[in-house]
Design a protein around this ligand. Structure first.
Ligand SMILES: Cc1ncc(COP(=O)(O)O)c(C=O)c1O
Length: 347
């Protein structure tokens, strides 16, 4: 088979060999199965088509400088899927089943794990959806768990660490104060899609959501968490309606390693004026520096009330954090935390 050129990939769906599927039906999990059939056959009354019993995850597998393939913190994704499923009152795969399915998915698509040199990665998308036929509003008792993969490049198509712009979302909210924002539910993304599309049409790379109750505090971006640096401090919002990002969690640990103080606390919008470096962070975006945040009364409005500006090049702390994190993921730096889970080449 001809070698695949991964170097020009963006964050998109690209065909692969197979997916992995397991079902929880009548109170029992089936064994995970590798299949080349990419279509699910579902009953039209399955809960997923009505009440959105759906949660998912995102993680990556990397081919390291040493040629070995590793997944980054899949145990954390398993735990977050459990918490999302618990919120939906659905069954969830054990950590063991979750990691086994991810491992099988990587092995079944081995030649799609990009080369180290390409800089691309294999993105894993585990999903969990309610499938039993139902009509009344209640949680699904049967679920389908699948792990799909796609070999991807950078999220925005831009070069790494090249800053982009963001706009604040004042007339669209992502997640209610006492809602589901802290879980990775499909429903949260449905809620943000329209505003996200608008921001992109206006040429912004990111959309910054504020707290729903008061619109006075920074929450997170449409696809990632927020962190800022000032006075030797790594600062990120502490809010139950922000998705607990595994990248952010890892960066907080690395920030401490670099001697930065770490603060998780409310960030008033006004404080945006005092940050030296601002970034979005997540599995897909890794660390993406932000050079400007526009504050508008509404996304559709031509008026920009104020602008927060940051350097046009990636800040020095953000760059250091990026290289340490990606270094661990790509096997260039020692994984002193034991975050990576190796995947053996299939026989
Ligand atoms: C809304 C949102 N916040 C944050 C993140 C980052 O989370 P993680 O670092 O676990 O990928 C993501 C991406 O998964 C996201 O979609």
């Amino acid at each position: 088979m001809a070698e695949i050129d991964f170097s020009k990939r963006s964050f998109n769906y690209y065909p692969t060999n197979a997916i992995v599927v397991a079902k929880f039906v009548d109170g029992k999990w089936s064994r995970p199965e590798v299949t080349g059939d990419f279509n699910f056959s579902l009953h039209c009354f399955a809960g997923i088509f009505h009440y959105a019993p759906s949660c998912f995850e995102g993680l990556k597998a990397y081919r390291g400088a040493d040629g070995r393939v590793r997944m980054f913190r899949p145990d954390e994704n398993a735990k977050r899927m459990e918490s999302s499923a618990r919120y939906l009152d659905m069954a969830y795969p054990s950590e063991e089943l979750f990691i086994e399915a991810c491992t099988l998915a990587v092995q079944a698509n081995w030649e799609h794990v990009p080369s180290f040199e390409s800089g691309a990665t294999l993105y894993l998308r585990p999903i969990l959806i309610g499938i039993n036929p139902q009509l009344g509003i209640n949680s699904s008792k049967d679920v389908l768990f699948a792990v799909m993969v796609s070999a991807v490049g950078t999220y925005s198509g831009a070069k790494i660490l090249v800053p982009g712009t963001a706009v604040m979302s004042r007339n669209y909210d992502r997640a209610a104060t006492f809602g589901s924002g802290g879980y990775k539910l499909g429903a949260n993304y449905a809620q943000s899609l329209h505003a996200y599309n608008l921001a992109h049409k206006l040429g912004y790379r990111e959309l910054l959501f504020l707290d729903t109750a008061t619109h006075t505090r920074v929450e997170e971006f449409g696809s990632s968490n927020f962190f800022g640096i000032k006075d030797g401090c790594y600062i990120t919002p502490d809010s139950p309606s922000v998705l607990p990002s595994i990248t952010n969690k890892s960066l907080r640990r690395i920030a401490e390693e670099f001697g930065l103080k770490v603060e998780r606390r409310a960030i008033p919008v006004e404080e945006l004026g005092s940050f030296e470096e601002v970034n979005s962070c997540g599995t897909a975006v890794v660390i993406t520096p932000i050079c400007r945040i526009d504050d508008k009364p509404a996304l559709e409005s031509d008026t920009v009330t104020r602008q927060f500006r940051y350097p046009e090049v990636c800040g020095k702390y953000s760059e250091k954090l990026y290289h340490r994190l990606v270094g661990i993921q790509r096997g260039i730096e020692e994984d002193t935390y034991g975050w990576c889970v190796f995947v053996n080449e299939p026989n």
